[in-house]
Design a protein around this ligand. Structure first.
Ligand code: VOV
Length: 252
């Protein structure tokens, strides 16, 4: 039997994509809009408390194109916490002016390919600050986000899951080398979603120069892991929203 990569998991992730119902927003009166904005502010301000308590991290980006208007990316300690968040959002007045576009449930994941495929030395990896920071990351407030789900193929000729550990490790090494070329330009958060959502991983990239997403994803397409085994879902790309720029976006 083939050997599964060992994985470490951190915070649970929810990418909650919403669209704005501009008809309802423009039809609302000034007071209704003010109440909606106030509740949105209060909802967003709670995120800081969670981040300060190191119980999660949150970020919000507008989405360019028609797939959605914005995404709230939540990292939290449990699926229950994520559930509570989406319900809490649905209850605020602002939610009445939005519709649900897409969502993705996953968990921050690190595999042991980069650690030479070994199971480690038996020590608690969460005691390693570098590992802990990657599993429970503070989401970067970079100017742009790019999110897409992906699978690794399970076809007869090209089946990632039938490759032995040594081969997968070798392929992932090459993947990592390409990625390292983007250090300082693109930050990646890989979330595993086998058993949680329709694809096997969520890929969330952050950059201050959006063009670097295209450069990185294109370069990786020529790498064997992506060229032979990668299957990709829809791409969502957008711009950082702060409390102020969100309000600006909603201004009539
Ligand atoms: C921004 C750069 C970047 C860097 C440095 C990087 C490095 C690494 C390393 C070292 C490792 C292995 C250890 C770990 O950390 O888990 C991974 C793991 C992974 N990656 Fe990656 N990746 C990047 C970027 C990066 C991108 C752009 C993509 C999407 C692929 C594409 O073609 O669109 C991706 C995917 C993944 C996936 C799905 C996994 C899990 C695979 C599995 O089978 O378990 N990744 N990745």
């Amino acid at each position: 039997m083939n050997e599964a990569a060992l994985t470490l998991e951190g915070w649970y992730a929810l990418h909650d994509f919403r669209s704005l119902n501009w008809t309802a927003w423009t039809a609302a009166d000034d007071e209704e809009r003010a109440v909606a904005l106030e509740e949105l502010h209060a909802f967003m301000q709670e995120w800081d408390t969670v981040e300060e308590a190191k119980e999660g991290s949150t970020t919000v980006y507008s989405i360019v194109g028609q797939k959605a208007d914005f995404v709230m990316m939540f990292l939290r300690e449990s699926l229950e916490a994520l559930n509570q968040l989406e319900t809490a959002f649905n209850k605020i007045a602002f939610a009445q002016y939005t519709t649900k576009s897409y969502s993705y449930v996953s968990i921050v994941e690190l595999s042991n390919y980069a650690a030479g495929g070994s199971a480690g030395d038996g020590s608690d990896p969460m005691q390693n600050p570098h590992v802990a920071a990657r599993l429970k990351p503070v989401l970067p407030q970079m100017k742009h986000i790019c999110f897409y789900p992906m699978n690794k193929k399970r076809e007869l000729a090209d089946n990632w899951y039938m490759l032995d550990m040594e081969k997968r490790r070798e392929l992932m090494h090459s993947h990592g080398l390409i990625g390292r070329g983007y250090a300082g330009k693109v930050k990646q958060i890989i979330t595993g979603s086998v058993g949680f959502d329709d694809w096997e991983w969520g890929v969330t990239l952050f950059a201050d120069d959006a063009l670097q997403f295209k450069k990185l994803v294109y370069e990786m397409r020529f790498d064997e892991v992506s060229a032979r085994y990668g299957e990709f879902g829809p791409f969502y790309v957008g711009n950082l929203l702060t409390l102020d720029s969100f309000e600006e976006l909603l201004k009539l």
